[in-house]
Design a protein around this ligand. Sequence first.
Ligand SMILES: *Cc1c(COP(=O)(O)O)cnc(C)c1O
Length: 381
Amino acid sequence: MKQAPAAFYAPSMKRPYNFSAGPAAIPAEVLEQAAAEMLDWHGCGMGVMEMSHRGKEFRSICEQAQAKLRELLAVPAQFKILFMQGGGLAENAIVPLNLSRAGTVDFVVTGSWSQKSQQEARKYAAQVNVVASSEDTGFTSLPDPATWTLSRGASYLHLCSNETINGVEFQQLPDLQALGSDAPLVIDFSSHVASRPVDWSRVGLAFGGAQKNLGPAGLTLVVVREDLLGHALPACPSAFDYRTVAEHQSMYNTPPTWGIYIAGLTFEWLGRQREGPFSGIAAMEQRHIAKAQLLYDAIDNSGLYLNKVVPHCRSRMNVPFFLRDESRNDDFLAGARERGLLQLKGHKSVGGMRASIYNAMPLAGVQALVDYMREFEQKRA
Ligand SMILES: *Cc1c(COP(=O)(O)O)cnc(C)c1O
């Protein structure tokens, strides 16, 4: 085998800190293992991208990824774990195709993503009710569940548990039964999956693209309670019918094999993480609390930077912030790039900056950002 040029692959080389909102950084250990196994997976003579999804090698990769995820997120036995394609945006259609029963569905609109989701659902559900919205605050807060006006007999209620663009996150999922509704709760957890435990007793279905916190783009994770399978509308494509996908162990059509493999390596990596007495997802949560506090404190204690989100609604994953002097934006980004702090530009709909600090971002990366922010502020203060 020919040696790869050094600049192309150097194990454990110091990499820049990548704050991209997605596709986002992947743990270096995962990338190194994938690189080492690229041409020959475990001595079988094939790389993962080249093997049949029906062969015993890939079946074992897929089964182990699923089992590891179930263990990590403590997914109860009555939930199916599905590996699909199409991303979060396709799920905006696939969920109502499977769960709306052509009836009424409820939405809580807390930012760009839930807004998009409710618009798409209108194509498939007979009625879409926005039961609460924080649009009047510019999506800088979350509406208190006690104020939601839930529809009677809704097929489900959808919310986005972490709004990637607006930087608001539900610190607790609502208990719909306590609010007098039997509707299953659907959550879009694309941008904070595997960063904190999930209270499955409150969830009917959770979906998320992998490219934020789990691996490469192209894989969509769906975790769905069994009783919600088998109710798809007649027009639902077979490849998007949750029951069909579940009955075929996510292999009704060719699954995104590379994405499943990298996600599986990431699940193993997550399982190895430790913070004091905590391990796995609980360790990640501790780390995220520390990272988010470090960054929000730096913003709140500065005269230059500003985050507009109400403190108890702030996302641990996506931290949008503004420079009070917007004429310094380009300077700020250029200086950051020079320091190896990449992809800090805010989403075009919001402007300013955004630091996405997902699972692969260590505390040292946030510290490097905070150090740079202080220095930049003092430079011309
Ligand atoms: C990124 C994102 C999506 C969209 O995912 P695609 O894979 O681009 O379809 C949906 N919802 C949330 C919360 C996201 O962060």
